[in-house]
Design a protein around this ligand. Structure first.
Ligand code: SF4
Length: 180
């Protein structure tokens, strides 16, 4: 029997369920080529993904395991009063590489797995700080799974805020023998 007794296992199991729902839904599409998302387009990676605490734990474990990130950028994202007060570059996800690809693709959050636009990708751009309306593919079952996981989660928040918190907790644990 599959044990879901750690945050990392739960997050990966959840991602597997979301992937299966997305794949199954896409297999029913008569015109899958209408999906405009392409590798190397990172527009939605500048809008601040929402994650659960389990997902943040998974991402923090990758960083603690040696994945390098720009910690200064993470701190600036967390301390910004308003996401769109940051420059476009500063709003880029800490997991993007220089080719605008996701460096944690297999462990990316669930919301990053269901983003499929049918409208022109130019409407996903937020360089001027304005979010525009897009036509998105309604991956209903996957969206329901995500909604349920957010309701069941102890904590949810932006990727940067929760990953920052998890990294801080880990630091506290390593420095203080009093904290379990
Ligand atoms: S985790 Fe990956 S897919 Fe999600 S916003 Fe960050 S770079 Fe983009």
């Amino acid at each position: 029997m599959l044990k879901l007794n750690t945050a990392i296992r739960r997050a990966r199991y959840f991602h597997q369920q979301v992937d299966e729902a997305v794949t199954s839904f896409k297999s029913t599409l008569s015109n899958p080529e209408l999906i405009r998302c392409k590798k190397g387009c990172s527009a939605c990676c500048h809008t601040g993904a929402g994650v659960t605490e389990d997902e943040a734990e998974l991402m923090a474990s990758l960083i603690n395991g040696g994945l390098s990130i720009d910690h200064g950028k993470l701190e600036r994202q967390v301390s910004a009063k308003n996401w769109y007060s940051l420059s476009y570059e500063e709003r880029g996800c800490i997991f993007l590489n220089e080719n605008k690809e996701c460096r944690i693709y297999h462990d990316r959050p669930a919301v990053c797995r269901t983003n499929h636009v049918l409208s022109d990708p130019k409407f996903c751009e937020t360089k001027d700080g304005i979010e525009q309306t897009q036509r998105v593919l309604l991956t209903e079952e996957a969206n329901m799974l995500i909604a349920a996981s957010f309701i069941a989660a102890k904590k949810t928040g932006t990727l940067s805020a929760l990953v920052f918190k998890k990294l801080q907790e880990k630091n506290l644990r390593s420095f203080s023998p009093m904290i379990d």
